[in-house]
Design a protein around this ligand. Structure first.
Ligand SMILES: Cc1ncc(COP(=O)(O)O)c(C=O)c1O
Length: 361
């Protein structure tokens, strides 16, 4: 199919750029002896998880139990749920997942560990646990050092689960100024000293799982980390550019949209708004980059309308024209679309249902 035959708005993925992003990360992690466990919350497509595994990923990461269920279709044999699994409905499902694949879950409370252990023990499965520590984001995670060691020691005594090591998410690190570099050095110190303390306490530290797309090329500077979980790197987005981890030519996914109105002076309207792009903000104003008019300002959105400001809008764009918009945050945009299209040049080569979209439980 020719790309002009696609209806809009639609997420289109440049297959060559995506493949290059996947290969670059596979090579980087191999070079530095890091295990790669991509976070699939970005693409939510089992076929892309399979591609990551084929390129050497040791396993995959998900956030939710329902995403784990979908991602089994990728053929994954080693899955990490990097999110606290809390509540009876989830525990009932998670043990079923553990019957089908090696399963690890990160936890930051003894209660969560005990509930998982009891469910696993009852179901006759083994679930592996990572102690999640907060390294600066202030979201989930026990304090590094003594608190992490205490939780690990308590988990070590439970039946039904195996203590595997540590997890953390450096979501607070997004810039490489002197301040960013100092934070990265502090992270390395925090991780390696907690690993040392766990080992000194005679506890297992087979895995130390961290990493993100903004820190992707600095992962080897974190001493003691064995595994990285970048997600956005498969496509990249405007936020990835703004934190300096990629260039605009490394962005694989854009949203193809149609100009539906030029009636108001100094702007054109595209057929996608917050229900197409999501309302996620960026370090800079605007909702994305219009690739065919990088000087334009994607200023506002309603649910189904995108307002793109450009003084000479009417002379440069007419109703029916199509533009590609690089979104601020591709992960949330993916979750809004039923399917996405893989393109090479002008040809639509693939269509993938976003199988895990809306899998929030
Ligand atoms: C726990 C966890 N691990 C890994 C990632 C991947 O981060 P990124 O998309 O920046 O690569 C995320 C992203 O939200 C996350 O929450």
């Amino acid at each position: 199919m020719h790309i002009s035959e696609l209806d809009t708005p639609a997420i289109v993925i440049d297959l060559d750029i995506m493949e290059r992003n996947l290969l670059r990360m596979a090579e980087y992690t191999k070079l530095h002896g890091l295990r790669l466990r991509p976070h699939t919350k970005t693409h939510k497509i089992p076929a892309l998880g399979s591609r990551q595994l084929a390129l050497g990923a040791v396993g995959l990461t998900v956030a939710k139990v329902s995403e784990a269920e979908v991602m089994l279709e990728s053929g994954v044999e080693d899955l990490l749920i990097a999110y606290p699994v809390i509540g009876a409905p989830k525990l009932a499902r998670v043990v079923e997942v553990a019957k089908k694949t090696r399963l690890t879950i990160s936890v930051d409370s003894l209660e969560a560990a005990q509930w998982i252990a009891a469910a696993a023990d009852k179901a006759g499965v083994k679930i592996h646990l990572l102690v999640e520590m907060d390294v600066g984001l202030g979201r989930v995670g026990v304090k590094p050092g003594a608190d992490a060691v205490a939780l690990a020691a308590a988990i070590d005594k439970l039946d039904g689960v195996d203590l595997e090591g540590l997890a953390f998410y450096p979501g607070h690190l997004k810039d490489w100024s002197a301040d960013g570099k100092a934070k990265m050095a502090a992270l390395s110190e925090t991780v390696s000293s907690t690993v040392d303390q766990l080992k000194a306490a005679g506890l297992e530290v087979r895995v130390v799982s961290g990493g993100s797309t903004p820190t992707e090329w600095h992962a080897h500077e974190v001493h003691g980390m064995t595994e990285v979980r970048p997600g956005t790197y498969i496509f990249n987005d405007r936020n990835t550019i703004l934190c300096g981890a990629c260039g605009i030519d490394d962005c694989a996914a854009t949203i193809l949209a149609t100009v539906v109105s030029t009636s108001v002076d100094g702007q054109f309207i595209i057929d996608g708004g917050s229900k197409t792009f999501s309302s996620d903000k960026s370090a800079e104003p605007g909702h994305g980059i219009v690739m065919q008019a990088k000087d334009a300002h994607f200023a506002r959105m309603n649910e189904e309308h995108g307002y793109v400001e450009l003084p000479e809008a009417r002379s440069r764009f007419k109703v029916g024209d199509r533009v590609n918009v690089l979104p601020n945050h591709i992960c949330v945009a993916m979750n809004l679309h039923e399917q996405v299209y893989g393109v090479r040049g002008e040809t639509v080569e693939r269509m993938w249902p976003v199988a895990a979209r809306g899998k929030l439980q």
